[in-house]
Design a binder for this molecule. Structure first.
Ligand SMILES: Cc1cc2nc3c(=O)[nH]c(=O)nc-3n(C[C@H](O)[C@H](O)[C@H](O)COP(=O)(O)OP(=O)(O)OC[C@H]3O[C@@H](n4cnc5c(N)ncnc54)[C@H](O)[C@@H]3O)c2cc1C
Length: 393
């Protein structure tokens, strides 16, 4: 008897979530995967340039690195990544600093920071090396039709595909999510994040700085070659001013906001901005369809948790459906959603209220958050609990 081959699982969106999910699904037993991405994903010489693999840098937790390790990719990532040895959390003009250290957690590093374009390059190289993953880029979905056992998807090129499971990984404004009949709630924080690479007068020694300022958090992420990746958040009109400011004046303002212990900043590269609109899909599973990554939850970049949370989702999803004979079965997809509910709720809420809490100016609040940071530094148990969660362990 000949074995019946299953149609490929179809992922729409070849960003950080979609590309990694294709690899994880194969690793967990899926026989074939098709990935549709609207931007060109060319290889092998140049790292890609897409909305996901752009000028940003991403802090990967120790948990994310071990997932990449299982896929045989961590070594290539580390070629152009800086290890995070210490996370230094502080608030400007206040007492209260906490330091999370790899040595205290008994791990070689708390995580690593990698430029998104290099991360994209490593993921795409692995995608193209697997003959059972078909990458269609640039390509888009133009319509879907529900079948008894999956979906028929029509692409803009006119090609049609049938799939037992359609995965929306096409970002916060996902059209695929809409087509699956899933609505989403957006909440506009009124703030933007400005990012840029910074050159330094001395080595950062693997220290990542998270600084809570009155207008919003500022993060300095260690990068190779004596550089920091800057993520500076603030109200939109404030970010307008930073974007337009002459480099010397901006550096002076930035240096004043940084902790005294941080290395002196000597230069700033190209600046880019991202609106901080938090998106939450009202459902993540429907019959033969699932919503992941930014399409499912877009978080505030404080503490760099968005992609790390998504990686934990994707591992669970791949384990649940990768080897299944009917991967789009609703009960299976609901099992996945239930298993991820608690972690998603905790991280989404924390990344909402932490920046809010640090913005409130009332003396009582100021005092308690100061106490919180002091307590974290004094009580190893509290600090370790926080560090283990941030590391995704
Ligand atoms: C400033 C900033 C800093 C951050 N830093 C960190 C960090 O340090 N650590 C961390 O864990 N997270 C961080 N994040 C979060 C992280 O960037 C997101 O979790 C991640 O981008 C989610 O990836 P995604 O693939 O779901 O979505 P996206 O990155 O939005 O990618 C979606 C993809 O779908 C494609 N697409 C869109 N529409 C279509 C269509 N119709 N058809 C086909 N393809 C389509 C797009 O071209 C894109 O490639 C940060 C976010 C920001 C804004």
């Amino acid at each position: 008897m000949t074995e019946q081959r299953q149609d490929p699982i179809l992922i729409v969106g070849g960003g950080m979530a979609g590309a990694l999910l294709a690899l994880l699904l194969r690793h967990h037993g899926a026989s074939a995967v098709t990935l549709v991405e609207s931007h060109p994903l060319t290889l092998p010489d140049e790292p890609p340039l897409t909305p996901s693999f752009d000028a940003r840098s991403t802090a990967l937790s120790a948990g994310t690195l071990s997932v990449l390790d299982e896929l045989g990719l961590a070594e290539a990532i580390r070629e152009h990544a800086a290890a995070i040895d210490t996370v230094h959390v502080s608030r400007r003009s206040r007492l209260g600093i906490t330091r999370l250290r790899a040595s205290e957690e008994g791990v070689p590093a708390l995580g690593a920071v990698v430029e998104n374009r290099w991360l994209g390059f490593v993921l795409l190289r692995a995608l193209y090396a697997d003959a059972a993953i078909q990458v269609l880029a640039p390509e888009r979905l133009s319509a879907i039709r529900r079948l008894a056992d999956g979906y028929e998807a029509t692409l803009e090129s006119g090609r049609t595909l049938t799939t037992p499971l359609l995965i929306a990984a096409d970002g916060a404004k996902s059209r695929t999510r809409e087509w699956l009949g899933v609505s989403a709630r957006d909440s506009d924080t009124g703030h933007d994040a400005m990012i840029a690479n910074l050159s330094l007068a001395s080595d950062h020694q693997g220290i990542a700085y998270e600084r809570f300022l009155n207008d919003g958090p500022l993060a300095l992420l260690p990068l190779p070659d004596r550089r920091f990746g800057l993520v500076w958040t603030g109200p939109r009109d404030q970010v307008d001013a930073w974007m337009e400011m002459e480099s010397g004046a901006l550096l002076k303002q930035l240096q004043q906001q940084c902790p005294a212990e941080a290395p002196r900043i000597t230069g700033i590269g190209e600046r880019q901005r991202y609106p901080l609109i938090l998106t939450h899909a009202c459902a993540q599973a429907v019959p033969f369809g699932v919503v992941v990554g930014n399409a499912a939850h877009t978080l505030h970049p404080v503490a760099g948790q968005g992609f790390n949370l998504t990686v934990r989702d994707l591992v669970q999803l791949a384990c649940t459906v990768g080897g299944a004979s009917a991967p789009g079965k609703l009960s299976l997809l609901q099992q996945y959603v239930q298993r991820r509910e608690q972690d998603q709720a905790l991280i989404s809420q924390a990344s909402r209220w932490v920046p809010e809490m640090f913005r409130v100016q009332q003396p009582l609040f100021a005092h308690s958050r100061q106490l919180g940071l002091v307590a974290m530094d004094i009580l190893p148990g509290l600090r370790q609990g926080f560090a283990r969660r941030a590391m995704g362990l």
